[in-house]
Design a protein around this ligand. Structure first.
Ligand SMILES: Nc1ncnc2c1ncn2[C@@H]1O[C@H](COP(=O)(O)OP(=O)(O)O)[C@@H](O)[C@H]1O
Ligand SMILES: O=C(CO)[C@@H](O)[C@H](O)COP(=O)(O)O
Length: 487
């Protein structure tokens, strides 16, 4: 049996799946936790990846692997391959002013036209601008900029600081893929190329694409050794390999986690994916790139050679864990409480902007609870209002992706919180389209396994994904309508 592995290095944890190349059957899996916080030492991800791989039985009998991961995080490396400062994650909003500055300088329409996105605090470019302004000494030391999955792929290939890796700090060996590159705000899915002027505008230093690992690099002249230009990872296509691990395991291109999920689910025309993890996301695979000058919908690339228009919220599964903690209940009891009441939670509305918000773009917002009376101040209304409030943000996201031309036949509901029976049931009352909850699984890591298989064989595998029957559409207008008065 030939085995392939996929990884999801997500915000809260690292998950590994090992699958049979032929049938796609799950053979083994493993996971390890990531630290909390929006600023993380990437060494913690490397350590979690190694633990999760060990828990999944290791790579000795695995032919190929590919790493998908949380998007946008800023990993800055010096010329010795060392991480200069902790990575700023996608949900770190300190670069909100930097985003506004970049838009003032370039213009929202120009950004959308050039790279398919208008900067918000999540995107890598804004974090680089923040670094330039807040930590100029660190900005001056930057020799390469990578995303979380790029950096982990590089480490897995054997690169890193000289005292920590067999192959040493060859920054030219850094790779990324189209999907993750498109979340930087300096790579265009439409053009299939970096926009180096936008990169330089962000960091204040010129950039260039990595030439390829030593001994592999076709164009030795492309290497410039004076370090004047900052290296950006070489962008791989869907079937490309990044290289091999020191033990000979083929390494696929990797992906942003949402693109990974689309691949793992086999999302096709008519499918809109709603993912409820640390982030809430709504996305679809489309033939044409989109450029939304309002910045609501990001024109990302997918991991299969197409496009992935996407909206993201900062407040998703953690809204539910916060309210469950507040009520001192587990997730099953939270579900029971939420389902014990009527749609609309007796007028109680949670606007759940606990962490600021990205859609709508309100990085400094806070959460608020409305409509309480003495009679409605009960665990059941809080539980329902939390789920309804979180889902309403995603329903607005569905409207936004529809507004750029996406037409869904069904919604595929995935991510940790999709396993909550109240979330699935209330989703059928909030959305106005059939909701399908695929079998519980790690679809981002599965996307990594698809990439590994693709890089190994040259063919995209056609594994089947099990899904329950669609939940009947049961839209209750009151849920979204009553919230309108509090936005
Ligand atoms: N039954 C459940 N009900 C609600 N939330 C859940 C449930 N199970 C897991 N979660 C939440 O899902 C999140 C993890 O989901 P996941 O998709 O793995 O997130 P990420 O990819 O962002 O790390 C955690 O915040 C966890 O608390
Ligand atoms: O910022 C985005 C997408 O643009 C997020 O979706 C991150 O990619 C993190 O994902 P999770 O850890 O929530 O899966």
């Amino acid at each position: 049996m030939t085995l392939v592995a996929g990884v999801d290095s997500s915000t809260q944890s690292c998950k590994v799946v090992v699958r049979d190349l032929e049938t796609g059957a799950l053979v083994r899996s493993g996971r390890a936790a990531h630290p909390d916080g929006t600023e993380v030492d990437p060494a913690a991800w490397w350590s979690a990846l190694r633990s999760a791989l060990e828990a999944a039985g290791g790579l000795d009998d695995v032919a190929a692997i590919s790493i998908a991961g949380q998007q946008h995080g800023m990993v800055v490396l010096d010329s010795e391959g060392r991480v200069i400062r902790d990575a700023l994650l996608w949900n770190d909003t300190r670069s909100a002013q930097a985003a506004r500055d970049l838009i003032d300088e370039v213009g929202a329409e120009a950004y959308a036209a050039r790279v398919g996105v208008v900067p918000v605090a999540s995107f890598t470019a804004t974090k680089l601008r923040w670094l330039r302004d807040a930590e100029p000494a660190n900005a001056a030391r930057v020799a390469a900029v990578a995303l979380p999955h790029d950096w982990l792929t590089w480490r897995l290939l054997g690169y890193g600081p000289a005292d920590e890796s067999p192959l040493g700090p060859d920054l030219e060996a850094l790779t990324t893929d189209r999907s993750d590159a498109s979340g930087t705000a300096y790579w265009s899915a439409g053009a299939g190329a970096y926009d180096f002027e936008l990169f330089e505008r962000a960091l204040g230093r010129p950039g260039r694409e990595a030439a390829g690992a030593a001994g592999v690099c076709a164009d030795a002249g492309a290497r410039d050794t004076d370090g004047a230009r900052v290296i950006l990872p070489r962008v791989l296509g869907p079937a490309d390999a990044a290289g091999r691990t020191p033990d000979g395991v083929l390494v696929g291109p990797g992906a942003g986690d949402n693109a990974g999920a689309a691949l793992g689910l086999g999302a096709a025309d008519g499918d809109v994916v709603v993912s409820i993890g640390t982030s809430g996301t709504v996305f679809a695979v489309t033939d044409s790139p989109i450029a939304d000058p309002t910045g609501t919908v990001a024109g990302f690339a997918d991991a299969g050679g197409l496009n992935l228009p996407l909206i993201a919220t900062l407040n998703a599964a953690r809204v539910l864990s916060s309210i469950a903690d507040l009520l001192s209940v587990d997730f099953d009891t939270l579900a029971e409480l939420a389902l014990s009441g009527e749609p609309g939670a007796e007028g109680v509305v949670l606007v759940p902007y606990f962490e600021g918000e990205r859609t709508p773009n309100l990085p400094d917002a806070k959460a608020s609870l409305h409509g309480l009376t003495i009679a409605t101040t009960r665990p059941a209304t809080f539980a329902r209002a939390a789920i309804e409030g979180m889902l309403c943000g995603l329903a607005d996201g569905l409207d936004a992706v529809r507004a750029v031309g996406v037409r869904e036949k069904r919604i595929l509901l995935i991510g940790g919180a999709a396993q909550n029976r109240a979330v699935a049931a209330i989703a059928a009352q909030v959305f106005d389209a059939p909701v399908v909850v695929p079998a519980p699984g790690e679809y981002v890591a599965d996307g990594g396994a698809v990439q590994a298989a693709w890089a190994l064989t040259g063919e995209r595998p056609t594994w089947t994904v099990e899904a329950a029957a669609p939940l009947p559409v049961d839209t209750r207008a009151v849920i979204r309508e009553q919230r309108g008065q509090y936005l």
